[in-house]
Design a protein around this ligand. Sequence first.
Ligand SMILES: [Zn+2]
Ligand SMILES: [Zn+2]
Length: 204
Amino acid sequence: MTGFGFSALIYNPYMDNYCLFDTGGDGKVLIHNINQFKVDIQNIKNIIISHSHFDHSGGLSKILAKNPNIKVYVPIGNLNSFQPKYPQNKIIGVENLLRIEKGLISSGQIGKSIREQALIIKKDDDVFLIVGCTHPGLENFILKAKEIGSLIGIIGGFHGFRKYSYLENISIIGACHCTSHTKAIRKRYPNNFKQICVGDSISF
Ligand SMILES: [Zn+2]
Ligand SMILES: [Zn+2]
């Protein structure tokens, strides 16, 4: 089911559990789509919210109603807006690079006006980056991910990103959601560009 927003469901083989990166704008759509993958919401252990915009955090309340044990990670600058809404739940404000569990690392909060975090998935020396809208500039998230390992792929919203040389040597460029310059990115990296639609899965 489509809807306005972004959400990625991640299976972590190290922990044999799931994590959600962002929750889209509508919890009903999100739950419908999770069910399509036959994933038990009780096996979702962590939710990483990239930033407070509704199209990324709108589905949160419905998921937490189904599984109140999920830990929610938000940029620390947004903690005061999330915590009062979910007094029964574990909401964690993230400031710097943070290991959430084996294989999953938050980039930490980036940006001053719009605070945002991204998720870095690590397998051996390779890392994969999942981003929300990258309002503070995708390049800043790329630089963070490269502190952790060799960056092989990015998925998410690139917003107005135009510093295309930062994408050099990245094998999977899944620019979607709010990306403005999709055509230019595809033209510059035709072999690495990957069209991402609702329901797509990627393994690495
Ligand atoms: Zn967005
Ligand atoms: Zn946004």
